[in-house]
Design a protein around this ligand. Structure first.
Ligand code: MN
Ligand code: MN
Length: 453
C-alpha cells in the first residue's frame, strides 16, 4: 500500500476522449478570451452566453423564485449569476463561486494627450501589478468607453482587427543603453514614460501641437469626441494579441488576461452546465487587481444584498443562510517555473498540468492578509473532488518571505462564509501574454462543477 502523496499529471492520466474534451473545452475558452479583453467586455460576453441559455436580467428587489436562472449586471463591470435551486438554503446555504475579470493594463489618464518631437501620445497610469518593461514595444489596443456630456456612451475598441492600427510604447536601443543597463529593473523604467504613440502626421498650416490637433480632428470625425470628452472616459490599453496554442502538442494556451478569466470562464461553464438542486451564486468581480475597492469590487455590500434577497425570497433567516453557504474564491496561482526555481518551494508549489490548485492560504510575511481556510473546509472539498474524480493539487504562492499576494477570499469569508482560494496555475502571471496548461483550465471546470453539484 502506497501511503505517499503525489501530484498527478492530468494529460498522463487522460485517455484519448479526455484529451479531446480538454482540447475542445479550451477552444471555447480562447474565444471567450479574445472577446473579453476588459472587465466590461468579459461581462458583456458572459451576459450573451447566459441569455442564449435562458437566463433573465434580475432587478434588485425582485422576488427570486425556485428554478429561476438570473443575472445581475453591476454597472457593466461586474456580474452576479444566480441559479435559484430547490434545495433548502437554510441547511445547504448558497454555493458561491467568485472570480475576477479585471486584469493588469495601462489606463489612459483623464488629460492624456500631448505632443513631443512631432509625435502625439496618450499618457497612461498602470492598473494592477506590472513589470513596466513588459509593455514596451508590443502592439497595444485601446478598449473602453467615452461618456459624452449629453449622456451618450461611446464604446471603443481599436487595434484588434488585422487592419486596425495599434498603439506602441517605445524602448531605448541597446546601443545607447549603457546607463540604463546598470540600473535595477525597478529603477530603469519610469511609469511616466509608458506613453502610447498615437500619431505622427501634422495638421497643415499649424505651428504648435500640429500632430495632436490632427489626431483630435480624426477622433472628432470618427467618434464625435473632443479632448474634453476624455475627462469622462475609461480607456484601457491592452495587448493587441489573440489567445494562441503553445507547443507542438498544443498543451498550453498563451493569452492576455488569463488572470483571472481562466477561472471566470470555468465558473460560468460550470454554473451553466451542471445539473444541481443547490442555489448557486457565481460572481465575476471587478477591481481585484487594485484591492477589490469600489462599488464593482468584492468589498461592495452587493453580495450581501443579493444573499439577503435570496433569504427573503425563500423565507429563511439571512444569517442562517450565510452560515451554511460555501465559497470557492477562484483566482490564479503561480505555476512552478524551472527557470526561476528559487522563487518556489518545490513541495508546495502549484505545477502546470497537475490540476486546478487550492491555496489554503495566501498573503505575505506570515500569511498576513490571508483568509487561511480551515482544515475542516479543505477536508470537505477534498471529499467532493475525490468523489467526482477531479484531479487537483495544493499550492502556495512562492517561497516564504519572497513576496506574496491577496485575493477576494477574505472579503467573502468575513460574512461568515467558509471560503478557500482555488485557481489555475499560471506562468508569467501579470505579463501581457500569460501561459496556462489546457489540462488545468478543464480541471477548474470539473472542480467548480463538482462544488456546486
Ligand atoms: Mn487574480
Ligand atoms: Mn492578478
Amino acid at each position: 500500500m502506497d501511503l505517499t502523496y503525489k501530484r498527478q499529471n492530468i494529460f498522463a492520466n487522460a485517455d484519448e476522449s479526455k484529451r479531446r474534451a480538454i482540447m475542445d473545452y479550451c477552444e471555447g475558452y480562447k474565444k471567450f478570451l479574445d472577446a473579453s479583453k476588459t472587465e466590461r467586455e468579459a461581462v458583456a460576453t458572459t451576459v450573451a452566453m447566459l441569455e442564449a441559455d435562458g437566463y433573465k436580467k434580475y432587478t434588485l428587489g425582485d422576488k427570486i423564485n425556485k428554478g429561476d436562472k438570473l443575472y445581475y449586471n453591476n454597472r457593466g463591470k461586474a456580474l452576479f449569476i444566480l441559479r435559484a435551486g430547490t434545495a433548502d438554503v437554510a441547511k445547504e446555504g448558497v454555493r458561491i463561486l467568485v472570480a475576477h475579470v479585471d486584469s493588469p493594463r495601462l489606463d489612459l489618464k483623464q488629460v492624456p494627450m500631448y505632443e513631443k518631437a512631432d509625435m502625439a501620445y496618450f499618457k497612461t497610469h498602470y492598473y494592477g501589478g506590472i513589470k513596466k518593461y513588459h509593455w514596451l514595444t508590443i502592439p497595444l489596443a485601446l478598449h473602453g468607453v467615452v461618456m459624452l456630456a449629453d449622456g451618450t456612451k461611446l464604446t471603443v475598441s481599436v487595434g484588434e482587427s488585422d487592419d486596425d492600427p495599434v498603439f506602441y510604447i517605445t524602448d531605448l536601443l541597446p546601443h545607447l543603453s549603457q546607463e540604463l543597463n546598470v540600473k535595477t529593473v525597478g529603477e530603469g523604467f519610469n511609469a511616466e514614460n509608458l506613453n502610447l504613440l498615437i500619431g505622427g502626421m501634422p495638421m497643415h498650416g499649424e505651428e504648435k501641437d500640429a500632430v495632436k490637433k490632427a489626431v483630435l480632428q480624426l477622433l472628432h470625425e470618427r467618434y464625435n469626441v473632443a479632448e474634453e470628452d476624455l475627462l469622462s472616459a475609461e480607456l484601457e490599453a491592452v495587448p493587441a494579441v489573440k489567445a494562441r496554442d503553445v507547443g507542438f502538442d498544443r498543451a498550453f494556451v498563451a493569452s492576455y488576461g488569463h488572470d483571472d478569466r481562466v477561472c471566470a470562464y470555468p465558473e460560468v461553464t460550470a454554473t451553466m452546465r451542471t445539473h444541481t438542486e443547490q442555489t448557486v451564486l457565481t460572481i465575476l468581480a471587478d477591481k481585484e487587481e487594485i484591492g477589490s475597492e469600489g462599488n464593482t469590487g468584492m468589498q461592495c455590500v452587493l453580495i450581501n444584498d443579493l444573499l439577503d434577497m435570496i433569504a427573503a425570497s425563500y423565507g429563511v433567516n439571512p444569517a442562517v443562510l450565510r452560515a451554511h453557504s460555501k465559497c470557492i474564491s477562484a483566482d490564479v496561482t503561480a505555476g512552478y517555473d524551472p527557470a526561476y526555481a528559487s522563487a518556489f518551494e518545490e513541495l508546495n508549489a502549484g505545477y502546470v498540468g497537475k490540476g486546478v490548485a487550492m491555496n489554503k492560504f495566501t498573503g505575505s510575511r506570515g500569511k498576513s492578509g490571508s483568509n487561511d481556510a480551515s482544515a475542516e473546509y479543505v477536508g470537505y472539498l477534498r471529499g467532493i473532488f475525490a468523489k467526482e474524480g477531479v484531479i487537483w493539487q495544493t499550492s502556495e504562492l512562492g517561497r516564504v518571505d519572497l513576496g506574496g499576494g491577496g485575493t477576494v477570499a477574505k472579503y467573502i469569508a468575513k460574512n461568515n462564509i467558509d471560503t478557500v482560494d482555488m485557481g489555475v496555475p499560471v506562468l508569467s502571471m501579470h505579463a501581457p501574454y500569460e501561459l496556462v496548461s489546457k489540462a488545468d483550465v478543464y480541471s477548474a471546470h470539473e472542480a467548480f462543477s463538482a462544488f456546486i453539484k
